[in-house]
Design a protein around this ligand. Structure first.
Ligand code: OFO
Length: 164
């Protein structure tokens, strides 16, 4: 496997792994706040990110590269509000999209069209994730400090997690 591509994919493995960890910390935080629907959504999201990481690990190894299982930094333990959680989630996903675009760019520079093709799955996944995070954030901004609204929001998140 082309060394530059291998390094870029290993870097992406690290990002997907930290995303999984990041959402796991958010899930745990939500669970301790009685936001069980949001916690379920975050646990599911964390599993999805782990799947994104695994898909990359398999791809690198199957193509003759060596995938590195990375160390991950400890995510925050406390969050100011649910709105802040989803703001951070959106910021994080925008950063991940940029990183994926960077990998796609390297594939083009190195004329590695099969990895380019493989990465398209991540490109569309990111579009969906960013759109979802934006719509959730819009809802939370509408709800503001309304406790009843927050209760219904959390219930909806349980349904969103079940349909993910
Ligand atoms: Fe949402 O980050 Fe994976 O791709």
């Amino acid at each position: 496997m082309n060394k530059r591509i291998e390094a870029a994919l290993n870097d992406q493995i690290q990002k997907e792994s930290s995303s999984s960890h990041y959402y796991l910390a958010m899930a745990s935080w939500a669970e301790t706040k009685g936001l069980n629907g949001t916690a379920k959504f975050m646990y599911t999201h964390s599993d999805e990110e782990r799947f994104h990481m695994l898909k990359l690990i398999k791809f690198v190894n199957e193509r003759g590269g060596v995938a590195i299982v990375p160390a991950v930094p400890e995510p925050a333990r406390e969050y100011d509000s649910l709105e802040r959680v989803f703001e951070l989630l959106l910021e994080h996903e925008v950063g991940v999209s940029e990183s994926i675009n960077g990998v796609v760019d390297i594939c083009l520079q190195e004329k590695d069209y099969s990895t380019h093709n493989f990465m398209q799955w991540y490109v569309s996944e990111q579009l969906e994730e960013e759109a979802l995070a934006r719509s959730i954030l819009d809802k939370l901004r509408l709800i503001g400090g309304d406790k009843g609204g927050l209760y219904l929001f959390d219930r909806d998140m349980e349904t969103a997690a079940a349909n993910a």
